[in-house]
Design a protein around this ligand. Sequence first.
Ligand code: 5RP
Ligand code: MG
Length: 221
Amino acid sequence: MKNQTLIQLALDYFDLAPALAMAQAVHNEVDVIEVGTPLSKSAGMLAVRTIKELCPDNLILADIKTPDVGGGEAKMAFDAGADWMTVLGAAPLDTVKLALEEARSRPGKEMFIELTGVRDIISRAEEWREIGVERMVYHRGWDEGNLSRTWEKSDWNTIQDLIGMGFKISVAGGINLNMIGFFKGLDISVFIIGRAIRETPDPAAAAREFRAAIDSFQMGR
Ligand code: 5RP
Ligand code: MG
């Protein structure tokens, strides 16, 4: 029996007020609410704390993409109410170890490696697997997506290899409704969707459409 694929709404805002309004409008339609990287810089852990209070039944991911001070940043995010946090794939292995240690010391908390900009994914993944990392965000970066990079068969293959190595994979990066089929055949753990939900006339309805598409995708996987 495969696990149910989750939907994560990414709140990539530069101000807290619109992020709170969007969280309120959509939280019943998604499983995870992400405090996006720009929001976590502009409003900090106040954003995490406030969104957790507003959406107590959702998992909260703090997409802080930690590059260093792994233990301290993981503690900060978890103390503010995040269930999940991200560490940048380019971070030293010691940073990953310390963030992972912090997550493991607290029930229900998890650390994800964020793959933005990582080129040698599989060889790094072997190191991460050795120290016990379980989850990754396979991310076609925002800027890459806007300027030069499309989702390719090589991405599909790498995701399949990572799943084969035992990782639970979240996918992100300009994913829209038409692209869900691209991931067919892969046991995706979490679909992360930002603009394709937020930037629509009815974000809650858009989230429901993603749910239907992902449910039918799951049936066929
Ligand atoms: C940017 C991110 C975004 O949260 C991620 O790309 C998802 O947003 P979108 O679906 O709009 O691309 O982490 O660094
Ligand atoms: Mg993000």
